[in-house]
Design a protein. Structure first.
Length: 192
């Protein structure tokens, strides 16, 4: 060793080639990654997990919020004018999803629809019962949302009445009136 040391001191220093430094860096890189905190080493997995969770939440929200498939009406009521001509048709759609039950009022003849005044729709449960207000009918086809706690009124309604003001009508004073006809199918009958 003592004989070789003078040789080392007599030679000029030579820097190692770039490939040697690259090889050294490559060998010590895993050691540097091991020294990083865990959360910095797994950021791609965290990103993938966050994106997957976000997609799952959006899908669940879409399934919950989307309207139900077009259902068959639970009941239908043809409302007649005093001369007996059907003027307005009221249909009720009950849904299993909260907030999707609805009443649809459609004019039977678009030329004959009453566009000059605000009309009020009422449901009468029994012959001696007072009608209960269900909503206003506008000049074009009207769709009224029915909350679950109000659906029981529609389930028991025997007659619909339409008035020109917000006072409770009687069958004699109603502008339009008509019986409520239940439509029973296998899926609807099971919900009653």
């Amino acid at each position: 060793m003592e004989a070789l040391v003078p040789l080392q001191e007599e030679l000029p220093p030579i820097p190692p080639p770039a490939r040697v430094w690259a090889s050294i860096n490559h060998r010590i890189q895993p050691a540097r990654q091991a020294s990083l905190p865990f959360w910095q080493r797994v950021w791609p997995w965290r990103l993938a997990a966050v994106m997957t969770t976000g997609c799952a939440l959006l899908l669940a929200l879409w399934i919950y919020v989307r309207p139900a498939q077009e259902a068959l009406p639970t009941f239908i009521a043809p409302l007649r004018y005093q001369n007996g001509e059907v003027v307005l048709i009221v249909s009720g759609f009950q849904s299993e999803q909260v907030g999707w039950s609805r009443l649809v009022a459609q004019w039977s003849d678009m030329d004959g629809q009453d566009t000059t005044r605000m009309l009020y729709l009422w449901g009468q449960i029994g012959e001696g019962e007072s009608p209960q207000f269900l909503g206003r009918i506008v000049s074009s086809d009207t769709e009224l949302s029915v909350p679950p706690e109000r659906w029981h009124v529609l389930k028991e309604t025997k007659r619909f009445l339409v008035s020109v003001d917000n006072r409770q009508p009687t069958p004699d004073t109603a502008l339009y009136r008509g019986p409520c006809r239940r439509l029973y199918t296998d899926s609807i009958a099971s919900s009653f």
